[in-house]
Each structure stands twice: as structure tokens, then as C-alpha cells.
Design a binder for this molecule. Sequence first.
Ligand SMILES: [Zn+2]
Length: 188
Amino acid sequence: MIRRTKHIVIGMVLMFGAAGCGVEPGQPGHVASDTRGPAAAGESQGTALSSGDRIVKTDAEWRATLTPKQYLVLREQGTEPARTGEYEHMKEPGTYVCAGCGQALFSSDAKYDSGSGWPSFWEPIDEGHVETETDRGHGMVRTEVHCSRCAGHLGHIFEDGPRPTGLRYCINSVSLKHVPEGEGDAEE
Ligand SMILES: [Zn+2]
């Protein structure tokens, strides 16, 4: 009982002030991993990093490897408060990889300042590295986007982005890790 209460409190703290990419954050405790559809068509592309290899861990394992904030967003569809993420204004060239599994998700080349309070991109680095799902929570229909390898929740996609895609990938900073250009093995 005590543990449950703590969890709710942490959730509320993180939810505070969050307009959630224009709406509100996910509900702590709601784990939607079992609603993922079958493998996306893009996953059999056989890139060098074998992006088709799914990473499946138990909640306990994720809790052990992620920070509480990362866990809330990646595994429980939470949303970090607007204008609090470390990458909102990041302009350094590089690759944004999944904070859960390291898969390359976005390039700094596709990042732009949307003014939304969250890091925004107009396209993923590889269509096969992200998957989407219809999110009917909170009385609206939105497109949720998550990592194709670990199913970690990243954010939502809106259709008010810049050209050429017209899309806005509204992503939580805590779902990402920025790898500076020329450093590490940013997976393409
Ligand atoms: Zn991932």
C-alpha cells in the first residue's frame, strides 16, 4: 500500500505542469506493451545493427536499468513537463538514440524548434526504428510513437510540422540520449 502511494505521488510530480505535447501525460500504471501489434514491416531491413532484434525485459529489469523519470515515460507512457527536458533547445549535431536500448531514433538534422516545450523532429532517422499506435486516451485521438526495438514510449506525432513531411515528432527528452557527431557508434 505504501509503495503504491509513493508511486502515485511520483507520477503526480512528473505530471505537474505537463501539457503533454499539447495535451496531458499518460497515466502512471498503464502499461500498454501487450497491445503492440505484430512486428512492423520495416523491421526486416537487416541493417548492420539488426534493428529487428526486439528487446524484451520485465518491469523489474526496466526499473533496474532506467531512472524513475525514464521508467515513467518509456514504460508507462508518461510525459515530462514542458520546457524541462534537457534536449528542448539542444542544437549540437549528432544522433538521438533511445534511452532504453540505444537504437538510433532521430538525427539533429531533422530537429527544429517547434516552441512546444519538447524536442521536436520532422522525421525519424529510419522509418523502421519507430512504430506508432493510436492513442485514444484522455478523450482524444492521437498518434503515439515508440521505439521499434524496446517498445519504449517516446512521445506523439502531430501533423503541424514543417516541410517536407509536415509532421512533428513531439518527443520527451528523457526518452532520448544525444550522441555527439563523431562519437560512439550511433546506429544508422
Ligand atoms: Zn528503444
